[in-house]
Design a binder for this molecule. Structure first.
Ligand code: AMP
Ligand code: ZN
Length: 147
């Protein structure tokens, strides 16, 4: 993991100190591609690869072991749905699912999230973020938005 990530938000506008809760509440913007009553999916602003997407429960939970079976089942089902969509819509050749738990494991946002990291051809499989181009992410999110 690379430490040069930019967190794209203004902490003064947040009702609590969790950026993903603020995104789920619509208090700060995101490059949304999927939403339903329980789950939200949006592009990572510091992507590992083109189309790198985060899937979160709207209700705050910190990590895998803090999450109820019911919530986890709902989130994982949406991870599958969004990943299947990305595979066709990008398209990509494969994808990694990554889910970090605790700072020692590289978790930087303490709200449960699954990374969907699209993979292309024989590109090397590295887990390293780069600062995203916001204009490109905006166009990509519009292209990938699920009905
Ligand atoms: P993790 O290291 O598993 O906690 O991953 C957190 C991810 O959230 C990182 O890849 C960040 O680039 C991403 N991230 C942080 N803030 C935002 C944001 N406002 N919108 C989208 N992704 C974000
Ligand atoms: Zn939260």
């Amino acid at each position: 993991m690379n430490c040069g990530r930019i967190l794209w938000y203004n902490t003064r506008t947040m009702k609590n100190d969790c950026i993903f809760c603020a995104i789920a509440a619509g208090e700060i913007p995101s490059f949304k591609i999927y939403e339903d009553d329980t789950v939200l999916a949006y592009l990572d602003i510091n992507p590992f690869t083109e189309g790198h997407t985060l899937v979160i429960p709207k209700a705050h939970t910190k990590g895998l072991v803090d999450t109820s079976d019911e919530t986890l089942a709902a989130v994982v089902a949406r991870v599958r749905k969004v990943a299947a969509h990305l595979k066709e819509a990008l398209p990509c050749d494969g994808f990694n699912i990554l889910q970090n738990n605790g700072p020692a494991a590289g978790q930087t946002v303490m709200h449960l999230h699954f990374h969907i990291v699209p993979r292309y051809g024989s590109q090397p499989i590295v887990f390293e973020s780069r600062k995203g181009d916001m204009e490109h992410l905006k166009v990509l999110a519009a292209r990938l938005a699920m009905g």
